[in-house]
Design a protein around this ligand. Sequence first.
Ligand code: PGA
Length: 258
Amino acid sequence: MAGAGRDRVPLIVGNWKMFKTSAEGARFISDLADQIGRLDDREVMVAPPFTGLYEAVRAAEGTSVSVAAQDVFWEWEGAYTGEVSSGMLADLGVRGSIIGHSERRSYFGETDEWVAKKVWAGLERGLLPIMCVGETEDEREAGLTEEVLARQVSAGLSSVRAADGGRLAIAYEPVWAIGTGKTATPETAGKAIAHVRREVGETLGDDIAEAVRILYGGSVGPFNIDELMAQPGIDGVLVGGASLQLGSFVRIVQFERP
Ligand code: PGA
């Protein structure tokens, strides 16, 4: 089953992290939309910081670009200083959210349990959760990659009903490849992604495993996008650094598959 699904619509997500003011983000989206035109065989999302979401959604209206957040909290409202709920994001016109990025796991102490609650909260309000998983360099060297991925996937999806499983995406981002220029080879990425897909199957069933889009992330750029997208089972990419420059992101969006 794994990797047969060329009917999964490729998804390209730009993670801007803590870059771009709202005016810069809106300008970028307008320019991006002009350059890529109408797309019907792939989806494009950009994830600005919270402060840029409102203007980003306005700039993206009527274009082939949609807007995601970089994080979301699981409660609907309440005394949670600094947090933003999935309902608030949906109300703005935001369509998805990155959840459990490795920077949030390592700098802000996010746990698998929190990730599970955020995935659930995103689904409940109609956002596309883009759940990030991935091993550190030490874990890979210790031969723990498969174990770590299995734990992150099964825990992160533990609150998802099988019926909702088709409305989420997973990003496999080996931590050692993020922002380092060290990309996983397409074969290494493909192998890890096949493992992630098997684990989705164990947790939510084979139909969901076949439907869920699994992206690769970690030093994706114009130079490696085509070979990554040629790998069976890689349904898209989550792009950090190279999503900040218009030219390189346009090239990534315009990937070609053999
Ligand atoms: P990078 O970041 O493309 O700069 O490696 C990817 C990510 O953190 O999502």
